[in-house]
Design a protein around this ligand. Structure first.
Ligand SMILES: Cc1cc2nc3c(=O)[nH]c(=O)nc-3n(C[C@H](O)[C@H](O)[C@H](O)COP(=O)(O)OP(=O)(O)OC[C@H]3O[C@@H](n4cnc5c(N)ncnc54)[C@H](O)[C@@H]3O)c2cc1C
Length: 409
């Protein structure tokens, strides 16, 4: 993000005597949506980020918006489906509010079919998808396709020898330019809430309602605290739940100049994503590193991804590298995102979206807004996203550890 953004909402603007209804900590896709939705509901909201909004995992290069497969359907898949189906209308509104383009497009996805097993699975998804993607109101009047297609027209996009049995193709997937998306969201939040960049949140004094910065120099007064600080939420949550219940998984990605493929579908194959963007750009990624020292460095891991992406996509072979990036995704120990209220405290959390949050952050925020306003959820959270589920999983892990300790005595 441009440096100028950092100074636009600096600490100098912070009014430390004002009492806000809610402080949202973290200006990634989740925190920005949450601040926007809460403020539009009439709450007096301040969003604080320790750096610039969009400088975390949400501000990268990839921006693939990929659905779960249309089989083994459950409330988690339904939640993600509905959030993706809602995107065209939602992004259209955001773009006109902010006066900015996000690079969103429902471009679909292809995956090469090498083996008969994957061909059978593709045919099965093609038969089943209508039942879960195109029924009721949840597709918002859109019709999505899952089908088996030939390689015709894709020889430059997918290496033909990788797809002897053709391609799996669906039309629900999309793409968005993550940085442009964050910029539009931030501009839209600034219309309805206060933004303070450079506020490194440290702890919340429930008695006084004061949230303190790490350097001890600043505080923000708020009735409710929401932690949406990406992977750093897990450390911030520790004083409330007693342990660190998730981790950051680093990822690296690259951006290439690639004219003529802007409207092609995302390609996914064996952990490699190729995501065409507007203006002759194409992102590829990404690594998944549980152990890392430097959140922002790129290394041989990315080189390997680039090599594999070029093997998969002939058009990329002579493309020029224009940017590379690394960031960290939040992943809960219980795997699924965590959205909810800490029992008995004016403290809320929304994090752990891991790899798919650009496509679900707005629905995580919508659900948490309903929880904060103590009203029924318009789109109910999947049971595995809830605070009760995560606290139960934490207890189970604790129980297992103590059983193992006594076995070893
Ligand atoms: C390599 C890579 C590729 C990705 N590709 C995709 C993709 O293709 N599709 C997709 O949907 N998603 C993708 N993601 C994003 C992923 O979904 C992330 O999980 C998501 O962006 C997390 O959003 P968030 O709002 O929870 O956190 P973040 O975006 O990380 O935002 C957290 C914010 O909190 C701030 N913060 C942290 N600690 C504090 C503190 N103490 N005080 C104040 N502020 C604080 C940070 O500065 C940051 O701005 C990718 C991520 C990576 C790393």
């Amino acid at each position: 993000m441009p440096d100028t953004l950092q100074t636009q909402y600096g600490l100098a603007q912070l009014d430390q005597t004002r009492h806000y209804d809610a402080l949202v900590v973290g200006g990634g896709v989740v925190g920005l949506w949450l601040a926007k939705i809460l403020a539009e509901e009439g709450l007096d909201v301040v969003l604080a980020d320790k750096g610039a909004c969009g400088s975390g995992g949400s501000g990268g290069l990839m921006g693939a918006l990929l659905p779960h497969m249309p089989s083994g359907w459950n409330d988690k898949k339904q939640f993600q489906f509905e959030s993706l189906a809602a995107m065209p209308a939602l992004i259209g509104k955001l773009e006109s509010q902010a006066g900015l383009n996000t690079g969103y497009r429902r471009c679909g996805r292809v995956s090469p079919i090498r083996k008969p097993g994957f061909l059978r699975q593709t045919e099965s998804h093609a038969k089943k998808h209508d039942r879960v993607w195109n029924t009721g109101q949840t597709n918002q009047g859109q019709n999505f396709i899952y089908e088996h297609i030939s390689m015709r027209g894709f020889q430059e996009w997918v290496e033909p020898s990788y797809a002897p049995l053709g391609l799996a193709h669906e039309t629900l997937s999309g793409r968005v330019n993550p940085r442009d998306y964050m910029e539009a969201l931030r501009a839209s939040v600034a219309e309805v809430a206060d933004i303070v960049e450079g506020f490194d949140f440290s702890f919340f004094d429930e008695g006084t309602g004061q949230a303190h910065s790490k350097d001890g120099k600043y505080s923000i007064l708020a009735g409710k605290l929401v932690l949406s600080a990406g992977y750093q939420s897990f450390e911030l949550l520790k004083p409330f739940v007693g342990e660190v219940i998730g981790q950051g998984v680093k990822g690296q990605a690259a951006l290439f100049e690639l004219e003529g493929f802007d409207n092609y579908p995302v390609t996914y194959d064996d952990g490699i994503y190729i995501v065409p963007h507007e203006n002759g750009l194409c992102a590829i990624g990404s690594t998944s590193e549980k152990i890392w020292d430097n959140a922002h460095s790129t290394d041989y891991g990315l080189e390997k991804v680039i090599r594999r992406a070029k093997q998969l996509c002939p058009a990329l072979r002579d493309a020029r590298l224009v940017d590379s990036w690394a960031g960290v995704r939040p992943r809960c120990d219980a795997k699924d995102p965590l959205v909810g209220k800490l029992p008995g405290k004016p403290v809320y959390v929304a994090t752990g979206g891991f790899k798919i949050t650009l496509g679900t952050g707005h629905y995580m925020a919508r659900a948490l807004c309903d929880i904060i306003l103590e009203r029924p959820q318009v789109v109910p959270l999947p049971s595995c996203y809830t605070m009760a589920y995560h606290l139960e999983k934490m207890e189970e892990r604790g129980q297992k550890d103590s059983d193992e300790d006594s076995d070893n005595e």
